[in-house]
Design a protein around this ligand. Sequence first.
Ligand SMILES: Cc1cc2nc3c(=O)[nH]c(=O)nc-3n(C[C@H](O)[C@H](O)[C@H](O)COP(=O)(O)O)c2cc1C
Ligand SMILES: C=C(O[C@@H]1CC(C(=O)O)=C[C@@H](OP(=O)(O)O)[C@H]1O)C(=O)O
Length: 388
Amino acid sequence: MRFLTAGESHGPQLTVIIEGIPANLQLTAEEITSELLKRQGGYGRGRRMQIEKDTVEIMSGVRNGYTLGSPITLVVKNDDHKHWLNIMGTAPIDEAAQEAMKRVITKPRPGHADLVGGMKYNHRDLRNVLERSSARETAARVAVGAVAKLLLKQLGIEIISRVKEIGGVKDEHEYTLEDIRNGNERNDVRCLDEAVAERMRERIDAAKKAGDSIGGEVEVTVINCPAGLGSYVHYDRKLDGRIAQSVISINAFKGVSFGAGFKMAALPGSEVQDPIAYDEAQGYYRLSNHLGGFEGGMTNGMPITVNAVMKPIPTLYKPLPSVDIETKEAYQASIERSDSCAVPAASIVCEHAVAFEIARAVLEEFQSNHMEQLIQQVAEYRAKVRAY
Ligand SMILES: Cc1cc2nc3c(=O)[nH]c(=O)nc-3n(C[C@H](O)[C@H](O)[C@H](O)COP(=O)(O)O)c2cc1C
Ligand SMILES: C=C(O[C@@H]1CC(C(=O)O)=C[C@@H](OP(=O)(O)O)[C@H]1O)C(=O)O
């Protein structure tokens, strides 16, 4: 399974093509849209999200609510495009368009792709860089992950996310799987503890008031994944490695860990490796899950926990110094309208990035043309490893 996304932040639309989804998966635009709406929300987002109503249209690969086995094309329209027709160069060349084209961006924003992107692609209007480097693209990533999540659901695999920290305010409870499953998904900071959530909101408000921004940490949990996805035999088949790459490729994500993660640096081996046990009903299982569901680049059948860190949003209302690429003079960087915190939204992106990698690994392990074949293969495999 693979996908490509295309589209600029203020262009007409985002387009996604997904190839490799088996036939006969029930799939509706509404189900994908409901995931997109979760990404759009979240405390701390800026004015752009009030303009967009992210809605998916299915343009190919689905008929009568079921996948055909052919490439699936999804489109998410940018409602903001109509305000940017002149700036994006998609309006007729009239006076207003000419005026807009003069408003080139020459002041790169620290922490964005602006400066290096301009150097690399030889653009002197840095809007040519920021339009594609924008996290608007993550709406397309969520659309792909939503399809992956629906496929995984048919196999009994569930993926959920939560926010663990925003700007130093931490949710330090040790939650059970049931807590995570039943957690308050609709809370606007996506933190399971409402009292901590309130402090997170206050922290976001304080950053915004100071013209600053904040980041945080999210956790993605994958439940009921069979043991043996991924492989130890080669670096690019290790599934934990692929997940890490995919998560780090999300805008502003700077760190990934599994299970106890960076805490492992201080712990003895006896408190990190997960002892093995067996009973007939569930087969092999672990007495703890410090490793977060991976051994040797393969799933070990325990819940997968992925922790990921998002840096603070780079665009600041109190901008940092920068240099104009035309005059070479020191300047305060351009102020673009911006989110002050996008950690809750990013937790949804992270969840969907992980979903895609898990679904891809499932389809590599159990090549199938249609869902009936996939469901049967996975059920047989689960029975086999239980009895191993
Ligand atoms: C959901 C989401 C929303 C974001 N919103 C903004 C924003 O409004 N303003 C901004 O400057 N950066 C925003 N970012 C982060 C930038 O896109 C990102 O930092 C930038 O493209 C540079 O990439 P890098 O941080 O991965 O190096 C957002 C990221 C995500 C995941
Ligand atoms: C559009 C989205 O996020 C955008 C990501 C983003 C950035 O620089 O990454 C900057 C902002 O865009 P704008 O300049 O239009 O206000 C965010 O709103 C989105 O998440 O759908």
